[in-house]
Structure formats: C-alpha cells, structure tokens
Design a protein around this ligand. Structure first.
Ligand SMILES: C[S@@+](CC[C@H](N)C(=O)[O-])C[C@H]1O[C@@H](n2cnc3c(N)ncnc32)[C@H](O)[C@@H]1O
Length: 260
C-alpha cells in the first residue's frame, strides 16, 4: 500500500486508490464504484466538495467560452462525463447553440445523466455515448473541445486517454481537464486531509449506506499526479501551450492544452 502521488502514467494503471492491482483489474473495480454511487452521485458531489465543484465547473466553461452564435457545427466532447453536469453547463452557456456529447464507460451514470437531460429539456443538444476514454469511437479531428472533469484519475491508461483526446480534437481544438491536485496552502492542506479521510467516507456511509466507494475516491485523489507531472503527460500526448491554474490552493486544478 502506497500513499505517494504517482509521477508516470503506468503507475495509475495499477493503482486502485492505495491498493496495487494487476493490469486489467482497475477498470472493473472503478466501474463497480460508479454503479454503486450513480443514484446519489450528484448529491454526494455537493457534500464532498461543499458545493465547490459547481464553481470549478463554471470556471472551466467560462475558460472554454462556447460560442453563442455563428458556430452551428461547434461540438464538444465531455469524457467521463457521468451524469452530464459539464455538458449541460457548456450547452447552457452557449444559449443552446452548440452540441455536447457525454461519453462515459458506466451505464448507471449515463442513465442518471439522460434522465437529468430529459428533465432539463436538453436532449436536442446533448447526446450520450457509452464507451471507454482509452478507445474513443469517433473519427480523427472531429471536436472543437474535449473536456474531462474529475474523470481522468479513474481511467487506467491515462496516456492512452490523452492521446485519444488529441486524436479526436480538430486542429485548433482545446483540451480542458479538472482534477484534484496538490494543495499548496498551509492549514488548508491539513484541514483538507482530515476532511477527505476522516469525514467523507463516514458521510458516504450515512447517506448511501456504503463507505467503500468514497474511500476509493479520496485515495484516488491522493494518488493522482501533481500539477507539474500531469502537465508533462498532457505535453507528451502532443498538446501545446499547456498551462494549469489552481483553485482553492490546488484542491482542484484546471489544465489546458491546445491541438495546434
Ligand atoms: C468522479 S466521476 C466524474 C463525473 C463528471 N465528470 C463530474 O464531474 O461530475 C468519474 C467518471 O469517470 C467514469 N470513468 C471511469 N473510467 C472511465 C473510462 N475508462 N472511460 C470513460 N469513463 C470512465 C466513471 O464511470 C465516472 O462516471
């Protein structure tokens, strides 16, 4: 069992939280987590992040700035999009002028997302695809934007997912990713540590009857590469002008890259 952050993509392939697993074993375990949490995912997201995930997702959308007119064919792909939160925000920010595809490997998460889209009357602008981020079922150079929010740490082969992101983006397309990262603020880091490991799993148990998925979620956050290591991986996939911006001292980080 190791609690240190990974620095290379291969290390994430065989780390399921703090457990070391065999090649090919991580994805089924991750899928089980999200099948178990799907129905309460959105509520738990608000509780675990004390609502901050909304602010961070809005910040990503305003960075992306989806067009509000004159771009009838502008399309974005939200990978590991789960219950559709980011795709809905992109479409709404464009005043329904763009199309967003939510891609996720998990049918339970997508099922919740589809139902939310129906209630929000967004089904004309949002579509749902069940597939693996490591093998996107799309042609080369098709999307204007690729987003992945709190998703990539769950994907076993990060380098494959990043090179797929590069492949499906149009030249000039933008990659944006939010992931939890290294907290670089004294006091906040201690508080965040206590909140993550001492509060979240028990709260998960009270609300969903199950603490194990939340134990995985907080452990996977701790294992994910820090800001610099992940930026290096994004560059290795071919992206240029790679930058990142920390939110809340690095609790979450927005990574950006361009396919030029
Ligand atoms: C923490 S949720 C994030 C959901 C959403 N992006 C959000 O921010 O609310 C992580 C998602 O990653 C998905 N996922 C895990 N492995 C995946 C893979 N290999 N390909 C696509 N999606 C994957 C899970 O099914 C889950 O829906």
């Amino acid at each position: 069992m190791s609690e240190t952050r990974t620095t290379a993509p291969e290390e994430m392939t065989t780390s399921y939280g703090f457990q070391q697993v065999g090649d090919g074993e991580k994805q089924p375990l991750v899928n089980e987590v999200f099948h178990r949490v799907a129905k309460r995912y959105d509520m738990m997201n608000d509780i675990m992040s004390v609502g901050m995930h909304r602010v961070w997702k809005d910040a990503l959308v305003s960075t992306l700035s989806p067009p509000k007119s004159g771009a009838a064919n502008w399309i974005s792909l939200d990978v590991a999009g789960g219950t559709g939160d980011v795709a809905f925000r992109i479409v709404e920010a464009s005043d329904l002028h763009v199309h967003a595809t939510v891609l996720d490997i998990n049918s339970s998460m997508l099922g919740v997302g589809r139902e939310r889209a129906r209630k929000k009357k967004l089904l004309d602008n949002v579509s749902f695809v069940e597939a693996n981020a490591e093998e996107l079922p799309f042609a080369n150079n098709g999307f204007d934007a690729y987003t992945i929010v709190f998703g990539i740490r769950n994907v076993p082969k990060i380098d494959k997912a990043l090179s797929e992101a590069f492949r499906v983006l149009k030249p000039g397309g933008r990659f944006l990713c939010i992931e939890f990262s290294d907290v670089d603020m004294p006091i906040l880091d201690k508080f965040y540590e206590q909140w993550s490991f001492k509060a979240i799993p028990p709260i998960g148990k009270i609300i969903t009857g199950d603490s194990e998925p939340y134990q995985y979620l907080v452990e996977s956050i701790r294992k994910f590469p820090n800001q610099e290591s992940f930026a290096t991986m994004i560059r290795s996939a071919g992206f240029e002008r790679v930058t990142f911006r920390n939110y809340a001292g690095g609790i979450a980080t927005l990574h950006s890259g361009w396919k030029i």
